[in-house]
Design a protein around this ligand. Structure first.
Ligand code: SAM
Length: 225
């Protein structure tokens, strides 16, 4: 399956894994914290819709920007919002709120896949996790982007990023996978009764070949803009 929307290069390398994860998890409810122009959000919607999984994908963002990205032009929200209406009217729901405001819309134990890609300071990532952890279902998985921000790939601004520090502080509590490409993606299997396919992925990920396979596929993905 070829990705249909790649608006920014930072997350694009995780699209192949996200397609595979949606297939393995077969989620009913997907929530993304931090949509921006929709590269990761569109990948979740595309996978669910192409695989005929009756999922709803909720994307929460103020579309106002943050300390890493600066202030946004209104065009960014307009563009992703029109894209979702045209391509995924039954799957995509955009919620223009803060993550805290958005969290009150979801009951406990109802979110099968949570992608955390908002502000990436240690305090913000920890706060988002603590605010959302009770929402995760018995088969639920959390993804955390930017767990491999270094001086080499991001220059001096690497000091502002704490997603790795946070991921390292919780990963031993759960079955997990850590991808190093595309600025890093941490995968935590929170639910105690996830699918056999997800557990198979976790055990396959102990082999370097698994990580290299998704890294190789990810490197082939080129940004459309
Ligand atoms: C790194 S970008 C998301 C990138 C996106 N996942 C992609 O694939 O391109 C982070 C986004 O989080 C949003 N954001 C950060 N903190 C937020 C908060 N507390 N509430 C709502 N939105 C927030 C910003 O507006 C920004 O659009």
């Amino acid at each position: 399956m070829q990705p249909k929307r790649i608006k920014s290069p930072y997350w694009a390398g995780h699209i192949p894994f996200s397609f595979e994860l949606i297939k393995a998890l077969s989620p009913i409810t997907v929530v993304e914290l931090g949509v921006y122009s929709g590269t990761s959000f569109a990948a979740f919607c595309q996978a669910a819709s192409s695989l005929n999984i009756q999922a709803k994908c909720y994307g929460i963002d103020t579309w106002e920007g943050d300390i890493h990205m600066g202030k946004f032009d209104e065009k960014i929200y307009k563009d992703i919002s029109e894209y979702c209406m045209v391509n995924y009217p039954d799957t995509a729901v955009l919620i223009r709120k803060t993550f805290a405001e958005g969290s009150s819309l979801f009951n406990d134990k109802t979110v099968d896949l949570l992608h955390m890609d908002g502000t990436h300071t240690y305090e913000a990532v920890k706060n988002d996790y603590e605010m959302w952890i009770s929402k995760i279902s018995d088969k639920g998985v959390i993804l955390i982007h930017d767990t491999n921000i270094t001086y080499e790939n991001s220059g001096e601004s690497f000091k502002d990023y704490g997603a790795k520090q946070f991921f390292d502080s919780v990963k031993s509590l759960y079955p997990h996978v850590e991808f190093m490409h595309s600025y890093g993606l941490g995968v935590l299997v929170i639910g105690k009764h996830t699918t056999d396919s997800v557990m198979r992925m976790i055990s396959d990920s102990r082999s370097r070949a698994f990580l290299q396979y998704f890294e190789r596929l990810g490197r082939r993905i080129k940004c459309h803009e």
